[in-house]
Write a protein that binds this ligand. Structure first.
Ligand code: 1GP
Length: 250
């Protein structure tokens, strides 16, 4: 199934999704994830800020072999992180900053390869928003986050992204953020753009997942918390199933 179809089905139905972010640099402990029912996991995102390309390719193939039925989308930290073995790529533009490298230059570098590999590209506005912490994504991108208190500014950027034709928005607090993107910003951006929203960074318990879902996130992205405790993925998938069920009963 095409990734765009999967995401628009979620956004249109109001059902919520969970995406597991796998860092290509980290050892993948599949034993710890043996119980996962593939059907419950909506999406795997694969990528990171600094990755050796050999490790990237081999871990991606391993992941695809292990979870053949879970859609696998590249979340590229650079133009080198592309592979024909994935189902698609978040074609990100970091619109919360003004670093040309991440606004357009990396995308130019990647363009031929994306087409050659036949990857489905999801045009996605990437916004870094948190409570003022500087995390690895800020250092890597050489941009500052929008603050959780700057609601209007965040909405303005998101709207500009929509007007430019971006189909998806990824609201990112940064991996390991102390505070995730605020519900207020999520809900205002959802209300004023209507675009499907990925929300990630610093989400480490079901309460935070619920807050993001309630505010309007379509897909919550979880990285660190699963790395630390793989059973958290089970917990969240169960929570999501319950949330979706309640949503449809009421
Ligand atoms: C980072 O949004 C993701 O790009 C996930 O962040 O690792 O904090 O879950 P965490």
């Amino acid at each position: 199934k095409k990734l765009s179809k999967l995401i628009s089905e979620l956004a249109i139905s109001g059902r919520k999704g969970v995406a597991w972010l796998v860092d290509p640099d980290k050892y993948l402990d599949f034993e710890a994830l043996n119980w996962i029912n593939e059907a419950d996991l909506d999406l795997i995102l694969f990528g990171g800020s600094s990755v050796d390309s050999g490790v990237f390719q081999s871990n991606l193939s391993t992941l695809k072999r292990r979870f053949p039925r879970v859609p696998l989308c590249i979340f590229p930290g650079s133009a080198d992180q592309l592979s024909p073995d994935a189902d698609g790529v978040l074609f990100l533009s970091l619109i919360s900053g003004t670093n040309p490298e991440f606004l357009i230059s990396s995308q130019i570098k990647a363009a031929f390869k994306v087409v050659e590999f036949g990857l489905e590209a999801l045009p996605t506005g990437y916004l870094l928003i948190n409570s003022g912490e500087l995390l690895s994504v800020h250092k890597a991108s050489n941009t500052l986050p929008i603050l959780n208190s700057e609601v209007e500014k965040a909405v303005q950027i998101a709207l500009a992204g929509k007007l430019l034709g971006l189909d998806y928005l990824y609201l990112e607090a940064g991996s390991g953020a102390k505070e995730p993107v605020s519900p207020e910003i999520i809900s205002q951006i959802k209300k004023q753009t209507g675009l499907p929203l990925f929300v990630g960074g610093g989400i480490r318990d079901s309460k935070a997942v619920r807050r993001a879902f309630d505010a309007g996130a379509d897909l919550v992205v979880l990285g660190n918390s699963i790395e630390k405790d793989p059973s958290f993925l089970a917990e969240v998938l169960e929570f999501k199933a319950m949330y979706n069920q309640l949503l449809h009963v009421n």
